[in-house]
Design a protein. Structure first.
Length: 187
């Protein structure tokens, strides 16, 4: 067998065909890689899109829930239209009325500086009052049912005169120190 010799023309035609096919092959590889990238991106976006479609379908329910939250917020929080000092003074006056109606004598009360609490102003109140156990029970019962909500942050109770001075026939007198707070909307 004789070795096959390619002519110069055949070699030139073969190289020309390879040069024409090379960009087509490179373009095909590029398109294939872009297709794989887009398919992976679609796989990542599909769950997010499904969630957005679900939220869009539940838009009415979400709006109703937002309205209920707004209504509940107006019940439990002082409005944003109110100044912080106005809200603090209103809360202090309301607390004084509750204590007085329950039969406790307030010896001191003060409104402290507000603190930031997740989008609300938390206005602290300190109240020191004296009274008997029944009056204290009345105050605690009423404080828990107020709107806007009055939060009891802390409570100290001391028996006036100690246990040795207690007469079993007379209701003991207590001195209390309440740490209360109310919330005021900022938005």
């Amino acid at each position: 067998m004789k070795p096959v010799r390619l002519s110069r023309d055949a070699l030139f035609v073969g190289i020309s065909i390879l040069l024409v096919l090379l960009p087509l092959v490179a373009g095909g590889i590029y398109v294939y890689n872009k297709h794989r990238w887009a398919k992976g991106l679609m796989a990542q976006l599909e769950p997010r899109y499904a969630r957005l479609v679900g939220l869009e379908r539940q838009k009415e329910e979400l709006d109703q829930a937002r309205k209920r939250i707004g209504q509940a917020q107006t019940q439990y929080v002082y409005p944003a239209a109110m100044d912080v000092s106005q809200a603090g003074n209103a809360a202090q006056q309301h607390v004084r009325e509750i204590f007085g109606a329950a039969g406790m004598q307030i010896s001191s009360s003060q409104v402290l500086q507000p603190k930031d609490d997740r989008g609300y102003d938390r206005i602290a109140l300190k109240v020191q009052a004296d009274g008997d156990l029944l009056a204290l029970q009345g105050v605690l019962t009423v404080l828990g049912s107020q709107t806007p909500a009055i939060i009891i942050d802390g409570l100290q109770i001391q028996l006036i005169g100690g246990l040795s001075a207690v007469n079993p026939k007379v209701a003991p007198r207590l001195t209390t120190q309440f740490s209360l707070s109310v919330l005021k909307d900022r938005t």
